[in-house]
Design a protein around this ligand. Structure first.
Ligand code: SF4
Length: 302
């Protein structure tokens, strides 16, 4: 068994390690501005998943600050400019063009990645992304999280699976790379449900996948349900077990962008084991080593 890591893929494509810089384009999202809802997805912190971006600053400044933070590890290195906050295509195409072009103009930025929802990709935005893709690679990250409609309703995602399918089709037809996000440990979902989501994403045409652990963050409606005992979260061992099974059903060509979550520690209520990311990744890698020996397979990592 083989999986293609983000680092391996970056070295193959750009010849060195590449860091992702989270940028805040000042967007909102239809689940927050009242278009679909005002409450947001049930797990969303209200900062739109962008807890690491330097919000409120010009894009050039945000890039500078973030590059300075990793300058020791990545002197003169290469970066992916990642518009992470909220729905980063949720604005008129001319405004998006200005923001994206500013980020792409930096000589150390080798690719643009845009985090969004499949229902926020009108044709003019897809055309813009496709045009920019001719200058530097452009990736579109879709927060699908699950293929199961019952869970999608519970998390208040606000669109159906067919909307995702259609978006992937249009993005691929426009020559863009697609990375799909899924969450393991969603309330009411079994191990098998998560595996089905991974399998579906693998067959959907997406080029990459981000596997993330459900984080319960302070102040969210999810936290209220958790504190009311309405669901439990996987232990680290259970999480890794599901993760391994998901990796088994994902095609080898797909890039695995993430193996676990990366939530803001100050707001994390559960699972607390996930706060020690180093320990989690070490345990994942150890588990893969054991499985490789037992099964004579190669769960590649770096
Ligand atoms: S779509 Fe994204 S930004 Fe909007 S509420 Fe959901 S998680 Fe938050």
């Amino acid at each position: 068994m083989f999986y293609r890591t983000f680092n391996q893929e970056m070295v193959r494509r750009f010849g060195c390690k590449v860091y992702k810089i989270a940028l805040d384009g000042g967007f909102t999202c239809p689940n927050r501005d009242g278009t679909l809802d005002t409450r947001g997805c049930i797990f969303c912190s209200g900062r739109g998943s962008g807890d690491f971006a330097f919000g409120g600053e010009e894009i050039e400044k945000q890039l500078e600050y973030a590059m300075a933070l990793v300058s020791e590890k990545n002197k003169g290195g290469k970066f992916v400019a990642y518009f992470q906050n909220f729905t980063s295509t949720y604005a008129p195409a001319d405004k998006l063009r200005t923001l994206y072009e500013k980020a792409m103009a930096h000589p150390q930025v080798v690719a643009l990645s845009v985090g969004t929802r499949p229902d926020c990709l009108p044709d003019d935005v897809v055309a813009l992304l496709s045009e920019l893709n001719k200058t530097k690679p452009v990736w579109v990250e879709l927060g699908l999280q699950t293929i199961h409609e019952k869970t999608a309703e519970y998390i208040r995602r606000g669109y159906t699976l067919t909307v995702y399918d259609d978006a992937v089709k249009r993005l691929k037809a426009a020559g863009l790379e697609v990375i799909t996000h899924m969450i393991i440990g969603l309330p009411g979902e079994t191990r098998q449900d998560a595996i089905e989501t991974a399998r579906y994403i693998g067959a959907s045409g997406a080029d990459g996948i981000k596997l993330q652990l459900l984080h319960v963050l302070r102040g969210t409606d999810l936290a209220a349900d958790f504190e009311a005992g309405k669901f439990t979260l996987p232990t680290m061992e259970e999480y890794i077990d599901i993760l391994v099974e998901c990796l088994r059903v994902i095609p080898e060509r797909m890039v695995i962008h993430r193996l676990t979550g990366d939530g803001a520690k100050r707001d994390l209520i559960a699972p607390l084991w996930s706060a020690d990311k180093k320990r989690v990744l070490n345990t994942i890698n150890r588990t893969f080593d054991i499985l490789d020996v037992q099964q004579g397979s190669a769960l590649k990592k770096n």
